[in-house]
Design a protein around this ligand. Structure first.
Ligand code: MLT
Length: 325
């Protein structure tokens, strides 16, 4: 006669379906990874690196889609309105936190309309000038901006972008407005810089380092506390006379609100695996960036940081007084 099942076996049998349910049947098709800026820029560089690694972990293609424009708000809205089945994700930068202060009618709520999956990478910024810009040093560039004000063209990727934030902070610190020339991302700015049609951009190193390495555009200063090993000859803004001028752009991975928790958990697992992938770590390093520490690569840490960043930037950006409807 077979032995009666023990209490432990019964409990294990009861628990089994729950374990099976915890592994979602996802992804069942390729994933669209929306980035809200143009190809060839820093967000694109991070997204393509992550897409390859996430795809390997998830066993499906992760396809980068550039939904550029509106300083990142067009792509973000697209994901906010997407079906919450985990097959449309958003990789966005600090713009998720700055846009609420800058758009009077932002058509989505960065906190309420998205599920946070995890933070990805902090990226320092660097000021880059056109080849024939009259100043070769950042101190000279500051003097030139103070003297010529609106006569200097500042290129950026739209209200809410990292490049716009960095530019706003410099103009506020110098009390010198420049003339903004707006692009759909910082990637498309480089041909204009190279042709000497715009003067300056403050870009993330993930976009700027390959351009600086090309030797045609000129790096003036890094907006970080220390010089970067990847750009050892480029001074910090502090060294060049602007103490405390530090701007770091961060990136996060999002899904539309209502995406099932099991999918968010699996996506987070894949994100953590990607950020531990030596190929990803090495390439981010070459581009002046690094993966976020693992304790920040969680939905809860990401959400808390997003909320704190919205609160941090709102008063500063509202004081600067640039708005879009
Ligand atoms: C881009 O990818 O073009 C940038 O992230 C835009 C920006 O935020 O400056």
């Amino acid at each position: 006669m077979p032995a009666a099942p023990s209490r432990r076996m019964l409990l294990a049998a009861l628990a089994a379906p729950a374990v099976a349910r915890a592994q979602p049947a996802w992804p069942t098709q390729s994933i669209s990874l929306v980035i809200p800026f143009a190809p060839g820029g820093p967000t694109d560089a991070v997204a393509r690196l992550m897409a390859e690694s996430l795809g390997r972990d998830l066993g499906q293609n992760v396809v980068v889609e550039n939904a550029a424009g509106g300083g990142g708000t067009i792509g973000a809205l697209r994901v906010a309105q997407a079906r919450p089945d985990g097959h449309t994700l958003l990789l966005h930068n600090i713009g998720m936190a700055t846009a609420p202060a800058l758009y009077r009618r932002l058509p989505y709520d960065p906190v309420a309309d998205f599920e946070c999956i995890g933070l990805i990478t902090p990226v320092p910024m660097v000021w880059v000038a056109r080849p024939d810009f009259p100043a070769r040093e950042f101190a000279g560039a500051i003097a030139h901006i103070r003297r010529h004000r609106e006569g200097v063209n500042l290129a950026h990727a739209g209200l809410g972008s990292g490049s716009q934030l960095c530019g706003t902070l410099l103009q506020a610190q110098l009390h010198a407005p420049m003339t903004a020339i707006v692009f759909r991302g910082t990637g498309p700015i480089y041909p204009e810089l190279l042709a000497n049609r715009v003067d300056l951009v403050c870009d993330q190193t993930t976009g700027a380092i390959p351009q600086i390495a090309g030797g045609k555009v000129h790096a003036l200063a890094v907006a970080s506390a220390q010089r970067l090993p990847q750009l050892p000859d480029v001074p910090t803004a502090a060294e060049a006379g602007l103490p405390g001028f530090e701007v770091t752009i961060w990136h996060g991975l999002y899904a539309p609100k209502g995406t099932p928790p099991a999918i968010i958990a699996r996506a987070n697992q894949a994100l953590r695996a990607s950020l531990a992938d030596p190929r990803v770590v090495r390439r981010l390093g070459e581009l002046g960036a690094s993966p976020e520490p693992m304790e920040r690569v969680t939905p809860a840490a990401h959400r808390a940081y997003l909320v704190s960043e919205i609160a941090r930037w709102r008063p500063l950006l509202q004081a600067a007084g640039e708005y879009a409807d």
